[in-house]
Ligand binder design. Sequence first.
Ligand code: NAD
Length: 385
Amino acid sequence: MYTVKCLNPISKQGLDLFDSEFEVIDDLGAADAVLVRSAKMHDLEVPDSMIAVARAGAGVNNIPLDEYAAKGITVFNTPGANANGVKELVVAGLLLASRDIIGGYNWVKEHAGDEDLAKAVEKQKKAYAGNELKGKSIGVIGLGAIGVLVANICNRLGMKVYGYDPYVSVRSAWSLSRMVNHSSSLDEIFEKCDYITVHVPCIDSTRGMINKEAIAKMKDGVNILNFARGELADDQAIIEGLASNKIKHYVTDFPNPTIAGVDRVITIPHLGASTEESEDNCAEMAVDQLMNYLKNGNIINSVNYPNCDLGEVETARITVHHKNLPNMIGQLTAILAADNHNIQNMLNKSKGDWAYSMLDIEREPSKEVIEKMKAVDGVVRVRVL
Ligand SMILES: NC(=O)c1ccc[n+]([C@@H]2O[C@H](COP(=O)([O-])OP(=O)(O)OC[C@H]3O[C@@H](n4cnc5c(N)ncnc54)[C@H](O)[C@@H]3O)[C@@H](O)[C@H]2O)c1
């Protein structure tokens, strides 16, 4: 029986996936694994029994990844589980930028009690006329889980879509509509597009990518959408672009005191993944990955160890968390060879300073074999499954 402690409320839809080999418990001190959303784990004392943390969501800055890697604790997250929620809000953002829904809504609210409202509407409506998305060009920067969905739906809305992602994964490339034009430079996106939407992580190379120079290259009246991270845009440059009418609207999910309230900034309070469905998807994915890891040792979507998948355990499997050093495999296999083990299948991958090895063998290993593996310099955890 494996025990799991939830540090935050986790969607029932996810928890219901646990089969009879798993029990959700209250006592962290007795847990094999933890499910977490936003609870801060940096100062949390965790028991030696804990071997995995699954974050139902994408961001992991509430978890001490390096410290856990050094203890052989695998940390998982759920990339892409909220992609559809974000995609749908981007579509709403496009419509809010192209049609003056907010201006029109406010006017109707102000005049809600007017006797002749229906007549007044017919006179007033031209003040809120807009444009259609069909036929307009959109540049999607970053074609990951969210960017691909956004690009594909924009194509179905009749927009001319340009996609830019120099590191696009094979999975994303397969999922992308063939109608999406491949842009080989950001400048092409800046120069050609009526709408520009960013879906990249906020890292050193992307922070401030929507800056003064970038905006200067854009079409007059461009609409910029940012549902990725506030720091990707230089707020001051956005404000200047709006003031000079270079930018028509800046739609962002990340308000801050500099940008909120500025004319033609449409900002909402980080609602991208705030849907029941996203929470359910994240919890389902986290539980699924946790069960697979605890039962089979397979690592899918870890942030501090490499992804490794050998399918279900057939006879016996040894998994080893270790430092990414030379000759680790040589030492581990020599221990098995000395005890006459036949290795049926094997996988070893590394991620930064850490590595993970899976060894499928034809019979249960003895205690001595496992103790010898644990004693290898650089090994931090050995499991037998
Ligand atoms: N608004 C919200 O609530 C919300 C929710 C989830 C994610 N997000 C944000 O959206 C971002 C994207 O999420 P995702 O799930 O699609 O992530 P992802 O990892 O699946 O995709 C990111 C993509 O960006 C690409 N990329 C990296 N650097 C790039 C660069 N310099 N130029 C172009 N492309 C680059 C990567 O190759 C990858 O394909 C996340 O990093 C997160 O900040 C926001």
